[in-house]
Design a binder for this molecule. Sequence first.
Ligand code: AMP
Length: 194
Amino acid sequence: MKAVCVYCGSAEGANPIYAEAAQAFGRALVAANLALVYGGGKVGLMGVIADTVMAAGGRAIGVIPELLVDKEVGHTGLTELHVVPDMHHRKKMMADFSDAFVAMPGGAGTLEELFEVYTWAQLGYHRKPVGVLNIGGFYDPLVALLDHTVREGFMRQTYREMLQIDGDPAALIARLKRYHAPAKDKWADLRENV
Ligand code: AMP
């Protein structure tokens, strides 16, 4: 594993624990010799983790669409900043650069990015680990909803377990490193039932 893609809020959230954990996760990435791949902005938790990685002597690679350079204040102090035409290019480049994906707390944008890579892992488009940094139990309601989807028969436990969940930065990185993708994708499983 060389680079981890981190999705996170364009806000810092209502509680200082989120920014503190973003700093801790940034430092943990540098300690594990992992580059940060992220949305390229200076705002919110995005800016906090990028600043932390750069200050700790690590590598931060930003990928930002032209339209968002002003809105998210494109970070000019990164190892690399790629300005791309649109969101599709951004997400593809972030995914291609990365060996694992992590969502920290965030809003709809963060959740969309998390679910895209999570569902693509289920479908077998990639075999990279996907996790959430569950700061202060932020993602507990999401985990409860995923468990509910399993109980209600809309998701197999195998795919639920693909999502790595940990509140501790170093422990989450260790989980990502240990991860092995399921042998079968969702479609192979579904075909067995018809
Ligand atoms: P948010 O979690 O809503 O604060 O969004 C975090 C970041 O996700 C935003 O700053 C955007 O860069 C990105 N984002 C927002 N909407 C989307 C989307 N539909 N797909 C991918 N990324 C998004």
